[in-house]
Design a protein around this ligand. Sequence first.
Ligand SMILES: C[S@@+](CC[C@H](N)C(=O)[O-])C[C@H]1O[C@@H](n2cnc3c(N)ncnc32)[C@H](O)[C@@H]1O
Ligand SMILES: O=S(=O)(c1ccc2c(c1)CN[C@@H](CF)C2)N1CCSCC1
Length: 273
Amino acid sequence: MEEKGKINGVAAMAACYQGFDPAAYLQYNYTPPRADFERKDSIVPWKLACLHRAFTEGDVNGELLVDIGSGPTLYQVLSGCEVFNKVLLTDFLEVNRQELRGWLQGEGGCNLDWTPYLQHVCKLEGRRPSAWPEKAAKLREVITDIVPVDVHCPQPLALDALPSAGADCLVSCFCLESVSPDLAAFTRALGHIGRLLRPGGHLLLIGALGESYYFGGPGVKIPVVPLNEAQVCASLQESGYTLIRLEVYTLPQDMRVGVDDVTGVFFVKARKE
Ligand SMILES: C[S@@+](CC[C@H](N)C(=O)[O-])C[C@H]1O[C@@H](n2cnc3c(N)ncnc32)[C@H](O)[C@@H]1O
Ligand SMILES: O=S(=O)(c1ccc2c(c1)CN[C@@H](CF)C2)N1CCSCC1
């Protein structure tokens, strides 16, 4: 019965994602007021700073960075692309993989202008914001592929997607809690993606706290596992990670814009034992 319950829960989540709309999702979450670079208390500078520090403080290194559940977004690898010479983007849906390919091909075939994000990360790196075209070119140079992923599979990627040694670093943002029917599935998914990582490799995990749903498009309400910090820490430990740092951002009231019921965002840096 328990095995059947697992399968039904995961299948139901997959069905919820059939209506996911990349353009709407980008508009809901990656344009003002949530993505407002002028605001000191905006979540964008906070998240980009967490990622920049995590990638550049000296302990993260290697060849291959894998982003799990990329969706239609690129902000999560803007700092990592300067540290790794191979970046693999992944998502469950072809519509999201297509959105990312549209940006990669650079013919305006994508639904969000990532320039403000590129400019902000250039500033974090001590470069002029006008260096953003060079950063965009660097990112296009290091992205090796955009492939399917399913974190509920013990082997989330195709066997030939990674070298035998595994990835040196994983990044995953707002994915695991948004695709898991319950906390046990969230923890199992953490373990599954951990198998893609070499021992001693790092996991950079960003996710929602206290969120029970979000809209992945007009009328596309997707259930989310509501997490608190203690549950995130316990799941990491149970899945074979050593926590290095946990940071939390509490969303200001005016950023609660009705597209979800998220109350906060966590940033985790961890290492696979
Ligand atoms: C909330 S979005 C996060 C997108 C992006 N990482 C971000 O930071 O905004 C969740 C993503 O998980 C993907 N997804 C859905 N089911 C999945 C599964 N079983 N395994 C991996 N990813 C899945 C969706 O296609 C979607 O792109
Ligand atoms: O933290 S966000 O406000 C954000 C970004 C994405 C999401 C949420 C929140 C909450 N719901 C998630 C559903 F999975 C998706 N943010 C949006 C602006 S850029 C940095 C990330």
